[in-house]
Design a protein around this ligand. Structure first.
Ligand code: 6PG
Length: 471
């Protein structure tokens, strides 16, 4: 018997993706270097589905139908290269290898070329949605090889999440576009998580809400225009009791963040190709800063904060913080999407922005009802350079900007850290300002380094011998 799909890497994500494929009527074979994972594979499968664990790469390869369709779900970096090194000699021309991990897009480009020289297809495919998503329907971001994509498409559409009956998967563009789009998805994910944490801080320190009240606030937010996966799980977090003490678990968790690198790559990329994404940058750097726990403890003693002035009207304050979170989240998406627009030109990915926001509406970590509005915006104008320039979006922004300004001011005047909120506001203010003071900066550059400048009233490049009036 031959199997339709193979999965290498049977950790939580790989195993669940394999079961999802099997649940949709395909026969699947799995391989992992860890024998226990292989032997346990069959036990977790839905009864009646065709799932086979294989004991060696040779066996794995031999049971797959031709052309072989092999999905890798192994940690990004060296593990992917190690798997490719051992498996490529066993493959036949036209076989397809799909990397479904969070691989760096430049690694994918190198691997595409490498496997193409062996007459093999290699694709980078972003998968988002965590364990539950992998099993019940993730958002899937494939890119690159069209021929290989067309072969996989019917399966991907079956296993992906659905929104209004439409599958949350689409072709994301040429080359490593699938990984690139997933990387930016994660950058936006970092930004939104940072913003939610800051909203939490304002509510607990400013309005002095307890966890039960926070639960109610997030529940209310999730029932309205802020409905999203991240707001929903945050709501639930405020209810989780601790097993080891009698309090809430969230209050026992150390405030030091981890990160695996996709957020950092997003920021590095934005710097490299010249796109301004400050809220994502701040989210990355805030995680770094959070890790200086010992120093923060010392510094907090050296620079004690004053009393926080409680907002006069708690209800109104909660509303303002909600609007702030909504708008700052919108601005974070705007930054990430603007990065995709530029990357698409820079790397000739031809990323269909409309499809990106369409398939992010379900299955993935940053799914939210807000994406429905972006989808409408890109449906009207595929070439929108920034979502903030859309007419409908501008109405939402105008409605909420005073809340963002007020909340930002509240945080500043009370010494509550709010890097994400301030950066979203700062980006908005600069982006919507016709005349920035950068004429002065250009003058300085020309003064000390003859870096030249352009003029507002005529074309060309100018340099001035600036006068030092003290000489
Ligand atoms: C997803 C997630 C997933 C993972 C990231 C972020 O879309 O399902 O983005 O890929 O959570 O790796 O992880 P870090 O926060 O550890 O960088």
């Amino acid at each position: 018997e031959k199997y339709n799909y193979g999965v290498i890497g049977l950790g939580v994500m790989g195993r669940n993706l394999l079961y999802n494929i099997a649940d949709n009527g395909f026969s699947t074979a799995g391989f992992d270097l860890d024998e226990e994972k292989v032997s346990a594979l069959h036990d977790g499968a839905t009864p009646g589905t065709s799932v086979k664990g294989t004991a060696s790469l040779e066996e794995f390869v031999s049971v797959l139908e031709s052309p072989r369709k092999i999905i890798l779900m192994v940690p990004a970096g060296k593990p992917v290269d190690a798997v490719l090194e051992s498996i490529t000699p066993l493959l036949s021309p036209k076989d397809i290898v799909i990397d479904a991990g969070n691989s760096y897009f430049k690694d994918t480009e190198r691997r595409i070329a490498d496997l193409a020289s062996k007459n093999l297809h290699f694709m980078g495919m972003g998968v988002s949605g965590g364990e539950q998503g992998a099993r019940r329907g993730p958002s899937i971001m494939p890119g690159g090889d069209r021929e290989a994509f067309n072969l996989l498409k019917p399966m991907l559409e079956l296993i992906a999440a659905k929104v209004n009956g439409e599958a949350c998967t689409a072709y994301m563009g040429k080359s490593s576009a699938g990984n690139y789009v997933k990387m930016v998805h994660n950058g936006i994910e970092y930004a939104i998580m940072q913003l939610i944490s800051e909203a939490y801080d304002l509510l607990r320190k400013g309005a002095q809400l307890n966890n039960d009240q926070l639960y109610e606030v997030f529940k209310m937010w999730n029932e309205g225009e802020m409905n999203s996966f991240l707001i929903e799980i945050t709501r639930d977090i405020f209810q989780q009791k601790d097993d080891l003490t009698d309090g809430f678990l969230v209050d026992r968790i150390l405030d030091k963040a981890g990160a695996k690198g996709t957020g950092k790559w997003t920021s590095e990329q934005a710097m490299e190709i010249g796109v301004s994404i400050p809220t994502i940058d701040i989210a990355v750097t805030s995680r770094i800063l959070s890790a200086y726990k010992d120093e923060r403890v010392k510094a907090s003693q050296l620079y004690p904060k004053g009393e926080i002035t409680r907002p006069e009207n708690t209800e109104a304050f909660i509303k303002e913080v909600g609007d702030t979170l909504y708008l700052a989240t919108l601005i974070s998406y705007a930054q990430g999407l603007a990065l995709l627009v530029k990357a698409s030109e820079e790397y000739q990915f031809e990323i269909p922005l409309k499809d990106v926001v369409k398939i992010w509406r379900g299955g993935c970590i940053i799914r939210s009802v807000l994406l429905e509005k972006f989808y409408a915006a890109y449906s009207q104008d595929q070439n929108l350079s920034n979502i903030l320039l859309d007419q409908e979006i501008s109405e939402i922004v105008k409605d909420k900007i005073s809340s963002l300004r007020k909340t930002a001011a509240f945080a500043v005047s009370n010494g509550i850290p709010s890097l994400g909120i301030q950066s979203a506001l700062g980006y908005f203010e600069a982006y919507t300002t016709e005349s920035l003071p950068i004429n002065l900066l250009q003058a300085q550059r020309d003064y000390f380094g003859a870096h030249t400048y352009q003029r507002t009233d005529r074309d060309g490049v100018f340099h001035t011998s600036w006068q030092n009036l003290n000489n």
